[in-house]
Design a protein around this ligand. Structure first.
Ligand code: AHG
Ligand code: MN
Ligand code: MN
Ligand code: MN
Length: 327
């Protein structure tokens, strides 16, 4: 497997993709190219984000997206950049984005893949210099090649993802992804313009002490969540909540912890979107040895019915996710 290959920490992402491709049956040349295109999009968005305070791209855009959220200028810029990189790359026939109601056809009808994405995660943190991210989820299309992509391509279900991951624009910029065979993390070296393998074969700690939840809504959460949070407080667990899903997830993945976004009275379906937030992070969680559930079963087993549907989510270290369920 890719994990058994002699791929030392310090190799570039390109080399890693090239070497793991020969060992991994799914990683055809096209998927490899698609992963490189996503990395390129990440570099471009990283550049835009870094300049945000200097050029006039901070703040609200004065528009709402399909979710009824205020769009930030960077939400839109990241969306455009990502779509452009995938169009130019040629491997993707269609894209589903948080920022667009319908599927975006790239014009590459011969492309074998579709991508669902949250181009910029953590909008509320953009203007205050706090970590934000990008989330992506890749499927092999089920519609006939050389025709247009269809709804079914995007509604295959989380278990059908062939790859998923995220880019975290934090104190350093990192790309973390999996093609199903382990999870690897790459840190961006600005001076080289390359992602470098820095976190090989990431394994989620089975247990941890961190819980991440918007505590301000506690009175609106279901009783079992309130109970679980009371237990966390009794055990003096550590509360950490950035408000950027990618950043909260990443910290818990490395340190051990659980992330909770339950249903609330106002939002019975929860807040986070199944196709481009919950599925890809659930994929990374499971492939690293962690868990992701919606309170009933595995997130990846939820049968999707619409592009922007939401789901409650509890994800991270397996013992902690089990403890949520025990409540
Ligand atoms: P997005 O910025 O892509 O719309 O996602 C926002 C999400 C997620 O990043 C974060 O974990 C969550 O919203 C925070 O929600 P609350 O402010 O309700 O805690
Ligand atoms: Mn949003
Ligand atoms: Mn998001
Ligand atoms: Mn977003």
């Amino acid at each position: 497997t890719a994990q058994e290959l002699a791929l030392p920490v310090g190799v570039t992402l390109d080399r890693f993709i090239m070497l793991s491709q020969s060992a991994f049956p799914y990683a055809t040349g096209e998927l490899s190219q698609l992963l490189r295109d996503i990395a390129l999009a990440g570099k471009i968005i990283n550049r835009e984000i870094n300049r945000a305070g200097l050029v006039d791209i901070a703040g609200g855009n004065g528009t709402d997206n399909v979710q009824g959220e205020n769009q930030q200028k960077l939400d839109i810029i990241a969306n455009i950049r990502f779509i452009r990189a995938l169009k130019n790359g040629g491997e993707v026939c269609a894209i589903l984005s948080e920022e667009d109601e319908d599927i975006i056809h790239t014009g590459n009808d011969h492309g074998k893949y579709v991508v669902a994405m949250d181009p910029l995660d953590g909008s509320s943190n953009i203007d205050v210099n706090v970590s934000i991210g990008t989330i992506f989820s890749i499927y092999r299309r089920v519609s006939p090649i050389d025709g247009p992509a269809t709804r079914e391509d995007f509604l295959q279900g989380g278990r059908k993802q062939v790859a998923a991951g995220y880019i975290l624009y934090g104190s350093s910029t990192m790309l973390v992804y999996s093609t199903g065979d382990g999870v690897n993390g790459f840190t961006y070296d600005h001076s080289l313009g390359e992602f470098i393998l820095s976190h090989k074969n990431i394994c989620s700690p089975q247990n941890g002490t961190i819980y991440s939840v918007n505590d301000g809504y506690i009175n609106d959460y279901p009783a079992f969540v309130q109970q679980y949070l009371t237990k966390c407080k009794e055990k003096s667990c550590t509360a950490r909540y950035i408000g950027s899903l990618v950043a909260d997830f990443h910290r818990n993945l490395l340190r051990g912890g659980v992330y909770l976004y339950p249903s609330t009275k106002k939002t019975p379906e929860g807040k986070l979107r199944l196709l481009y937030e919950c599925y890809p992070l659930a994929f990374i969680a499971e492939k690293s040895g962690g868990k992701a559930i919606d309170g009933f079963g595995a997130i990846l087993d939820i049968i999707p019915t619409s592009f922007h549907q939401r789901s409650p989510i509890y994800l991270g270290s397996s013992t902690m996710v089990d403890d949520v369920m025990k409540c």
